[in-house]
Design a protein around this ligand. Structure first.
Ligand SMILES: *[C@@H]1O[C@H](CO)[C@@H](O)[C@H](O)[C@H]1NC(C)=O
Ligand SMILES: *[C@@H]1O[C@H](CO)[C@@H](O)[C@H](O)[C@H]1NC(C)=O
Ligand SMILES: *[C@@H]1O[C@H](CO)[C@@H](O)[C@H](O)[C@H]1NC(C)=O
Ligand SMILES: *[C@@H]1O[C@H](CO)[C@@H](O)[C@H](O)[C@H]1NC(C)=O
Ligand SMILES: *[C@@H]1O[C@H](CO)[C@@H](O)[C@H](O)[C@H]1NC(C)=O
Ligand SMILES: *[C@@H]1O[C@H](CO)[C@@H](O)[C@H](O)[C@H]1NC(C)=O
Ligand SMILES: *[C@@H]1O[C@H](CO)[C@@H](O)[C@H](O)[C@H]1NC(C)=O
Ligand SMILES: *[C@@H]1O[C@H](CO)[C@@H](O)[C@H](O)[C@H]1NC(C)=O
Ligand SMILES: *[C@@H]1O[C@H](CO)[C@@H](O)[C@H](O)[C@H]1NC(C)=O
Length: 499
C-alpha cells in the first residue's frame, strides 16, 4: 500500500512539470425529468472537482453557468444541426460565432465535437461530416482560435472491425471515403480521434466469451490474459484493447500521430434482471473506479505506452427520460438530486468522488507538496477551518515530528473527518490526498483511527476547503500526468485462451 501510494505521488509530482496530462471528465446528458439548473450542475461539478465536461449541445444557460468556473468544456454540434452546418460555410461560421465565440474565453471551450456516432446514427449525413469539420475549423482560423479549440467527431467503436487481436483491426472499408479525409484533417489540425468505448456492450455481445473481469479491469489469472499473437502485447482489459484497435486501424491507413480521446465510456448501475444481470451498482462502481485509476495513472496502452488516453465518463446524471432497456436510464454517477448512484472507491489514488465510506480513509499532506502551500493550508485548517490544533503544541501528543508536513497531516485529517469525509473536503488546494493508511503514531491517534475519536458527521458541505488558500494552479484531482511515468516491465509471455 505504502509503495503504491508513493508511486502515485511520484506521478502526481510529474504533473507539475508536464504539459501532457491525462484527465477524466464527464458527459452531461440532459434527458432528465427534473434536470438540475445549470448553476446546480456546475456546483456539483465543482464539489466533485470535475475539471472537464462534454456537453451534447452548446446550451447558452449551461455555458453561462460554466463561465469563469475553471472547467474545460467540449461543446457539440447535435446531429440534427449537422446537415445545415456541413452544407454551408456561412452556417458553420454562424454556429461558431453564436455557440463558441460568444462565450469564449470566459467559458474555456477546448473542443467542438461534431455530431455523435454520425456514420452509424445518421449515415445519410456522412458526406457532410468532414466538410462540417472543415467549415467549423475555418471559422476558428478566422477568429484565430484554431490552436486553442480543436475539432473532432466521436466514432462508435463498432466502426472498427476485427478488433481482436488489436493488431488486425481496421476501419470498416465501406467508410474509407469519410475516414481517410477525416484522419488527414485530424492530423493536419493536431486534433484527436474521439472514440466511444463501451466494454459493457462488448461483454454483453460476446455472450460469455469475454470474461466479466476483463471488461471491469479486474486482475486476470495469467493464463486468462489476452495476448495479441502478432505483437505479443498483453491485454489486461477490454478498454485498452479497443483503444489499441483504433491505433492499429489508423496505422493501417498510415496515420500514426493522432491520439485517441475516449469521448464516452462507463457502465450502467441497473438493468433488466432477465437480460442485463451485469448492470449492477457493484459492477458500475468497479468499472468507473478502475477506469479513473487506469486513465489517471497515465500508462497509455500496450501499443503506445506513455501516450496519454483521456476519457469522459458516460455520464454525470441518470437520464430517466431515455427510452429503451432499463440500463439506458442508469449510466449516471448521480441522480438528478446530486445524490451519488454509488460510491466510487479510489483508495490510494488520492481522490474520492462522492462519499467514500467503503473503507476507513484518512486525509494526509501530499508527499513533496510545496511547504509554503502546506503551511498556508495548515494555518487555514487551524484557523477558519476550526480544527482544534492544540495537540500540535510542544509537549502535546502530536507535536513530534515537528514538521509542517506532519502537522498539516494531522489538521487536514481532523478537518476531513469533521466534514464527514465528504467529497472535496480533502483537497486543500491540491496539497492533500486521501489514503487508507492510518497515519497515527505513538500516542498521537488520528481522527478516524480504529473508530476512536469518532467519524462525526457534521454538515455535508462539499469542497469547502478548495478555495481556502490562494490559488496556485495546482493540478485538479482529476488530472494526472503520464510523461515519463511508465515502466516496461519484463513481461512474461502468457497465452490467450479466449477470443
Ligand atoms: C483553458 O484551460 C487551460 C488548461 O487549464 C489553460 O491553459 C488555458 O489558458 C485556459 N484558457 C482560457 C481561455 O481560460
Ligand atoms: C469559409 O469561411 C471562412 C470564414 O469563416 C473563410 O475563411 C473560408 O475561406 C471559407 N471557406 C470556404 C471554402 O468558403
Ligand atoms: C460496414 O459498414 C457498412 C455500411 O454502414 C455496413 O452495411 C456493414 O454491415 C459494415 N460491415 C460490418 C462488418 O459491420
Ligand atoms: C500506406 O503506406 C503503404 C506503404 O507506403 C502504401 O502501400 C499504402 O498504399 C498506404 N495506404 C494508404 C491508405 O495510404
Ligand atoms: C455523505 O454522507 C453523509 C452521511 O452519511 C450524508 O448525509 C450525505 O448526504 C452524503 N453526501 C453525499 C453527497 O452523498
Ligand atoms: C481521541 O479521543 C481521546 C478520548 O476519547 C482523547 O484522549 C485523545 O486525545 C483524542 N486524540 C486526538 C488525537 O484527538
Ligand atoms: C457542527 O458544526 C457547528 C458549526 O461548525 C458546531 O456549532 C456544532 O457544535 C457541530 N456539531 C457537532 C456535533 O460537533
Ligand atoms: C470559497 O469561495 C466562495 C465564493 O467564491 C465563498 O462563498 C466561500 O466562503 C469560500 N470558502 C472558503 C472556505 O473560503
Ligand atoms: C500504474 O502504472 C504503473 C507503471 O506502469 C503500473 O505498474 C501500475 O500497476 C499502474 N497502476 C494502476 C492502478 O493501473
Amino acid at each position: 500500500m505504502a509503495l503504491l501510494l508513493l508511486l502515485l505521488l511520484t506521478a502526481f509530482s510529474a504533473a507539475l512539470t508536464s504539459a501532457d496530462e491525462a484527465f477524466v471528465g464527464v458527459n452531461i446528458g440532459t434527458a432528465v425529468s427534473s434536470m438540475p439548473s445549470p448553476t446546480q450542475v456546475v456546483a456539483l461539478l465543482k464539489s466533485q472537482q470535475i475539471r472537464h465536461v462534454r456537453l451534447y449541445d452548446a446550451d447558452p444557460g449551461m455555458l453561462a453557468a460554466l463561465s469563469r468556473s475553471g472547467i474545460l468544456v467540449t461543446v457539440s454540434v447535435p446531429n440534427e444541426q449537422l446537415l445545415a452546418v456541413g452544407q454551408s460555410n456561412a452556417t458553420a461560421a454562424n454556429w461558431v460565432s453564436k455557440n463558441v465565440l460568444a462565450h469564449y474565453p470566459s467559458v474555456n471551450i477546448t473542443t467542438i465535437s461534431v455530431g455523435s456516432e454520425v456514420l452509424s446514427a445518421i449515415p445519410n449525413a456522412a458526406p457532410v461530416l468532414v466538410p462540417a469539420m472543415r467549415f467549423l475549423h475555418s471559422a476558428l482560423v478566422a477568429a484565430n482560435l484554431d490552436r486553442q479549440i480543436k475539432i473532432s467527431t466521436p466514432l462508435p467503436s463498432s466502426l472498427i472491425l476485427d478488433s481482436f487481436p488489436p493488431s488486425q483491426a481496421f476501419f470498416n472499408r465501406s467508410w474509407d471515403g469519410v475516414i481517410l479525409p477525416m484522419l488527414k484533417f485530424l492530423q493536419a489540425t493536431e486534433s484527436t480521434l474521439m472514440l466511444n468505448v463501451y466494454p459493457y456492450y462488448d461483454y454483453l455481445q460476446s455472450a460469455g466469451v469475454i470474461p466479466l473481469d476483463y471488461a471491469l479491469f479486474r486482475p486476470l489469472p495469467p493464463n486468462k490474459e489476452a495476448v495479441d499473437a502478432n505483437t505479443l502485447l498483453h491485454y489486461t482489459n477490454v478498454f485498452d484493447a479497443v483503444v489499441d484497435a483504433a491505433y492499429f486501424a489508423m496505422a493501417f491507413l498510415n496515420v500514426t500521430n493522432v491520439p485517441v480521446l475516449v469521448a464516452e465510456t462507463g457502465w450502467p448501475s441497473k438493468g433488466d434482471p432477465a437480460t442485463e444481470p451485469d448492470a449492477t451498482v457493484d459492477n458500475a462502481a468497479t468499472y468507473n473506479s478502475n477506469l479513473i485509476r487506469h486513465v489517471l495513472n497515465g500508462t497509455g496502452t500496450p501499443k503506445s505506452p506513455g501516450m496519454v488516453v483521456s476519457a469522459f465518463i458516460y455520464e454525470l446524471y441518470n437520464e430517466d427520460l431515455k427510452p429503451g432497456p432499463e440500463s439506458e436510464r442508469r449510466w449516471g454517477l448521480f441522480d438528478a438530486t446530486g445524490k451519488p448512484a454509488y460510491q466510487l472507491s479510489l483508495m490510494g489514488a488520492g481522490e474520492v468522488l462522492a462519499n467514500d465510506t467503503a473503507e476507513e480513509t484518512f486525509c494526509v499532506a501530499r508527499g513533496g507538496a510545496d511547504e509554503k502551500m502546506l503551511q498556508a493550508a495548515l494555518d487555514w485548517a487551524c484557523g477558519p477551518g476550526k480544527v482544534d490544533c492544540g495537540v500540535l503544541l510542544q509537549g502535546k501528543a502530536c507535536y513530534d515530528p515537528d514538521t509542517v508536513e506532519a502537522h498539516a497531516t494531522y489538521a487536514f485529517n481532523a478537518y476531513y473527518h469533521r466534514m464527514g469525509m465528504a467529497a472535496g473536503t480533502c483537497y486543500f488546494n491540491g496539497v492533500a490526498v486521501v489514503t487508507t493508511t492510518d497515519p497515527s503514531h505513538d500516542s498521537c491517534a488520528f481522527t478516524g483511527s480504529g473508530g476512536k475519536n469518532g467519524t462525526m458527521v457534521n454538515g455535508t458541505s462539499l469542497a469547502t476547503a478548495a478555495n481556502s488558500t490562494t490559488d496556485s494552479g495546482a493540478p485538479a484531482l482529476w488530472e494526472r500526468s503520464s510523461a515519463g511515468f511508465f515502466q516496461l516491465a519484463g513481461m512474461l509471455l502468457w497465452s490467450a485462451l479466449f477470443l
